[in-house]
Design a protein around this ligand. Structure first.
Ligand code: HEM
Length: 351
């Protein structure tokens, strides 16, 4: 999916939703909750901000030259890369294993080709390959693809209006990339809060991290198939999801018919400010404007609701918490050493 694809195939829904937003009352003023504390967790020792100080001191500038250009040429690479990083970290850890291509003729598909990764936009993979080529030209064989992905993700968060944070580095690239390991490790758009909490807890992330990291859905788009069940036949009731605002329901139904719709149509996660990284996502959840059932559920469940309320009130707090949670997510399953890791020259191929 790219913004250009979006503007041609989904112009109607986009315009309708924008019109719809203009008439929405602000619900944020109703919120009044205690502030959150971003959870800080001890980092694995091997990661450090200065990891490449001697071997590739300009690595962030090199990656930055590519991300800023990509953002100009293909803005969809922003949300796409952030999602790519999430899918990399949750499957086998943050080890660049999602960037590996399936070997031609191989029976076993690589992570990238798993069903759950099919909708990851190609712009994100292209951007990574470009960034790797630029880094390799100046620092051959030194910087891991996993670290480049972590840096590029931070760049895009910032480029789209989110916080700038330091990225700890020192991840090695993983040697395992199997499509068969993907589904069991990734939450789904219809996951219950119980399931979401279990997924996140299995990666060392707290309920607060779940709510904070879901705030990445302040930008980006989802295909109709991810939420169409909410529009027509929610949980077999033959009725729409009662937790969706009727005006959003109407707008989404216009672009996403129950059967036979255009499979390329997408809708913005954040119907109020789809192109900027802010905390409007949380206010939207409180106003029943969540796109996915898994997003909306966060504002309804007693275990997550108060975090949604806190973040909806305070953009600065969201930014701080998001930076800390990305640091935590970026430390999941980090590899080090030749037994489990490598430094690939080409991110798409094992050494
Ligand atoms: C909490 C569980 C989560 C679920 C169930 C979930 C599910 C999804 C789904 C279904 C899509 C739409 C895919 C499509 O139709 O193309 C999506 C998009 C996206 N997700 Fe998540 N996600 C979750 C958490 C996260 C996290 C933790 C991050 C990053 C920190 C993230 C970042 C994104 C971004 C940026 C997009 C937009 C991608 C684009 O527009 O290309 N998500 N997610």
């Amino acid at each position: 999916m790219s913004f250009s694809a979006f503007s041609s195939s989904s112009f109607t829904i986009f315009m309708f939703l924008f019109f719809f937003l203009l008439i929405l009352p602000s619900s944020n003023s109703l919120l009044n909750s205690p502030s959150i504390n971003a959870t800080l967790r001890r980092q694995p020792r091997q990661l450090s901000v200065n990891y490449y100080a001697k071997t590739c001191p300009k690595v962030e500038i090199l990656v930055g030259s590519v991300t800023s250009q990509m953002f100009k040429d293909a803005p969809a690479s922003g949300p796409a890369t952030i999602r790519l990083f999430f899918h990399d970290c949750f499957v086998e850890g943050c080890d660049g294993s999602i960037l590996i291509s399936t070997k031609p003729g191989s029976k076993e598909l690589a992570e990238k080709d798993a069903e759950d990764n099919k909708d990851l936009a190609k712009e994100a993979f292209e951007g990574m390959n470009k960034a790797k080529a630029v880094v390799e030209s100046k620092c051959p064989g030194v910087v891991s693809c996993a670290d480049i992905l972590a840096i590029a993700t931070r760049d895009f968060v910032h480029l789209v209006g989110g916080p700038y944070y330091q990225v700890k580095k020192g991840r090695w690239d993983g040697k395992i990339s199997k499509a068969s390991r993907v589904h069991q490790n990734l939450p789904q758009s219809n996951s219950t809060v119980d399931q979401l909490l279990k997924f996140f807890s299995s990666k060392g992330l707290t309920p607060e991290d779940l709510v904070v990291l879901s705030g990445a859905h302040t930008i980006g788009f989802a295909h109709c198939k991810q939420f169409v069940n909410r529009l027509y036949d929610y949980k077999g009731t033959k009725k729409p999801d009662p937790s969706m605002d009727p005006r959003l329901l109407k707008a989404l139904k216009m672009s996403c018919p129950q059967f036979g719709g255009n499979v390329d149509i997408v809708a913005p996660f954040d119907v109020t400010t789809p192109f900027s990284f802010d905390n409007a996502y949380y206010g939207n959840l409180e106003a029943k404007l969540g796109l996915l059932a898994s997003d909306q559920a966060l504002s309804l469940d007693p275990r997550t609701k108060s975090f949604v309320q806190d973040l909806a009130k305070d953009k600065h707090k969201f930014f701080q918490a998001f930076a800390a949670a990305m640091d935590k997510m970026g430390s999941i399953g980090v590899k080090r050493g030749r037994k489990h890791g490598e430094f690939r020259k080409d991110c798409t191929m094992h050494m």
